[in-house]
Every structure is written in C-alpha cells, then in structure tokens.
Design a protein around this ligand. Structure first.
Ligand SMILES: CNc1nc2c(CCNC[C@]34C[C@H]5C[C@H](C[C@H](C5)C3)C4)c3nc(N)[nH]c(=O)c3cc2[nH]1
Ligand SMILES: [Zn+2]
Length: 378
C-alpha cells in the first residue's frame, strides 16, 4: 500500500522548500504514506491513542494533518503487539492522517529518580502498576514498528536542565550510538525514522550531535533537549547553532514546543514541525489561547459576556457559543466545556501555523512575525 515501500529515505522527502528571503523560515511539503502535508505545522498530541476530548472527525475538520502518539504509554497499556493485531495505530484510533510517535525516552527520563540509564538502555518503574520496565533503542523501535506510525523517533536521552558539561557530553555521545542502533533495528519500509539532536545547552556539543547524526543520514531530524526549563533566549541560541547544520531538504521537528511566540521564533530559524501538550492541557483548566495572550474563560468577568472567545476565530466553539455559556459549562464541570476550549486551542495553533505558511509563501514572514509579537503578551 505504501508508495514509498523500500525507499524509506524518500518517505519524508522534502519538496523544494519555498524559502523566504529571510534567514531560515521556509514553507515545505512533507510526504508520508498517509498524505502530503504542509509545513510549518503544529501536531496535536494524543498521549494514549486519543487527542483528549476531541474526535478524529473534529481533528480533520479543524485541519490537523499529523498527530502525535506515544510509545511509552502504549507500550505499557494496552501493549504495542495488541495495537499491531488491531491493524496498527491508524486503524485502532480511526485516524487516516499522519501519525508521529515519540520513542518513549522523554517520559522515562522525565519520570525522574525511578530510572537507571546504562549503555544498553533505560530501566524504569511503570507509572501504571509500579513494575520494573526497560526500554532500549531496539525495544523502542520494535514497539514503534508495531504501532505503525508514519514517522518514528530514535531512542534518545533528553538531557535534563541544567546539566554539567561532562554529563551532557557523555549522554549526547550515547544518544548518537543509540541513534545508530535505532537505525539498524528499523526494518519497516514506508516509515520514516528521525534522529534527535541533543547536546544540552552547549554550542559545541549541539554542533557535534547535529554533524554526527547528519552523517548517519536520516530522512528527518528532531531537535531534542529543549523546552526543558531553559530561558527562551538559550533555546533560540541552541536553534541558531543547530538548524543550519541540518540538511535543507529534510524536515526539522522542534520537540515539545510550544507557545505561539516560540513557534514564530523557531520558524524564523527554519523549524518545520512542532508538538506541545500546552493547548490541550490548559484547555482542560478553562484557559483559551488568543492572539493577544491567554483568556481564562472560567473567570467571573465572563459570566455575562455573550461574545465568542474570539470573534475572528473560525472554530466550532467560536462560531456557535459564547464565553458565558462555556464558562457556565466549565463551572458546572460539564465535559462539553472542556471539549469546546480544547477545540478552540487546537484550532488556534493549527490556524496560526497555516497563517505563518501563507506569510512565508507571500514573502512577508518578517512583518507577520513583528505584528504578531507586538500584540501577543507571553
Ligand atoms: C515539553 N518539552 C519537551 N518535550 C520534549 C520531548 C517530548 C515531545 N512530545 C512528545 C510527547 C511527550 C509526552 C506528552 C505528549 C504525548 C507523549 C508523551 C509524547 C507529547 C522530547 N522527546 C524526545 N524523545 N527527546 C527529547 O529530547 C524531547 C525533548 C522535549 N522537550
Ligand atoms: Zn475559536
């Protein structure tokens, strides 16, 4: 079925990126077995094979192209063999767009002291039943092949922040060895394996990591180890050091980012793909994202506000419901309230990346960025 069978290097082939005259911003098209998708793109996150509170039909309607799922969670429950028997993740969750799975490393390492890392891999305690589990490049790749995502990630260590230079160096070198082991374990054609650049907050380690992974020749590259609590200027400095070393004709995925101000800056450096739990997570505590910043719909101020969250927004929530109604639902703990704020926040970010793409294609990205940042309070 997969047009790219046997040519996994072609899979995430990157059509001639339309480069706007300014540094790295570009608009491209990403080829996968489940379609060709426009970048820059935001990828809604679905931890346990569902984007919380919204259906695949609603995701399609709001313009989602690729969604994220997670190996760590699905490996523990219901098990990736079960998903494979169900026909793979697309069939299991009835999503015919693109799927990207993270390798599980981030969760294992963000679970803190429960873990032990060796050359072989990472031992950790399951957050579900406390059992001792183990992930390695081979196990993580096999699990992701079972899930059948269009894009899978190499098994890596997301270096905590802050980290000593020596630790960052050793960990980054190990992540490069793990990337090679991931590549050898990856035998499923029609599925793109992306490597993940590490290096902590050290310019030289970032450059070594990027160069080593580029020479291993992957169809796309994740930029990891960022958005882990470092100041934003430090994140941007690491992007400035890393992105130019990555091949122009391959997609770049900044992992775990983020808020609109971070997205517009990262696009400026040449990032194409983003994922973040923020829009769905803050929605569940009644916060809506707008171009002027956050709007806490739950606040008493909106009790008699019969306008939509954002009257210029084309989403289902803003087209049909008022702030007063959504606030009422949230106060009453009605599930529909969470659904409406989630739909709005996902639509907002998906639409925002579409607007950035349009600005790049019309060669006015710089002024788009200036106008947006002037209005958006972080
Ligand atoms: C927030 N900052 C940040 N995230 C990061 C992630 C996870 C990306 N999101 C996938 C994920 C992670 C969780 C939450 C949801 C669902 C599922 C489990 C997959 C998104 C990262 N993932 C990997 N493999 N490596 C990183 O260095 C990394 C750095 C990050 N920095
Ligand atoms: Zn809306």
């Amino acid at each position: 079925t997969c047009a790219f069978a046997g040519q996994k290097k072609v899979l995430a082939a990157y059509e001639e990126a339309v480069k706007c005259g300014y540094s790295g911003a570009r608009a491209g098209r990403l080829h996968t077995p489940h379609g060709v998708f426009d970048t820059p793109m935001f990828m809604p996150v679905g931890t346990q094979a569902t984007v919380k509170a919204v259906s695949p039909r609603e995701l399609k309607e709001m313009g989602a192209q690729i969604i994220l799922s997670n190996t760590y969670h699905l490996y523990l429950r219901p098990g990736t063999e079960l998903v494979a028997e169900a026909g793979g993740l697309h069939r299991f969750m009835d999503w015919d767009g693109g799927i990207l799975t993270d390798s599980g490393g981030f969760q294992v390492f963000s679970l803190g002291p429960l873990r032990k890392i060796t050359e072989e891999g990472a031992a950790f305690r399951s957050h579900i039943d406390g059992s001792t589990q183990f992930l390695s490049p081979e196990i993580a790749i096999k699990a992701q092949m079972n899930l059948g995502a269009d894009i899978i990630m190499a098994f890596d260590e997301c270096i905590p922040y802050p980290a000593e230079y020596q630790y960052a160096k050793l960990s980054t070198e190990r992540t490069t060895r793990w990337a090679e082991r991931s590549q050898k374990a990856h035998t499923r054609s029609g599925q793109a394996l992306f490597a993940i650049v590490q290096g902590g907050m050290y310019q030289d380690l970032r450059r070594v990591s990027a160069n080593d992974l580029v020479s291993l020749d992957f169809p796309g590259y994740g930029i990891g180890g960022l958005s882990v609590g470092e100041p934003k200027p430090v994140m941007y400095e690491m992007l400035e050091q890393t992105v130019p070393l990555l091949p122009e004709n391959k997609p770049r995925y900044l992992m775990g980012v983020g808020t609109p101000d971070c997205l517009v800056e990262a696009v400026r450096y040449g990032i194409d793909m983003f994922d973040c739990v923020f829009p769905t997570r803050v929605a569940r505590n009644g916060t809506a994202m707008t171009k002027s910043g956050r709007l806490v719909v739950k606040n008493a101020a909106y009790a008699k506000d019969f306008l939509p969250i954002d009257e210029n927004c084309g989403c289902y929530a803003c087209q049909n419901f008022s702030r007063a109604y959504i606030r009422h639902l949230l106060k009453a703990d009605e599930i529909f309230g969470l659904r409406l704020t989630t739909i709005h926040n996902l639509y907002f970010l998906l639409d925002f990346t579409k607007k950035m793409r349009q600005a790049i294609l019309e060669d006015r990205f710089l002024s788009f960025r200036e106008e947006f940042l002037a209005q958006y309070c972080k």
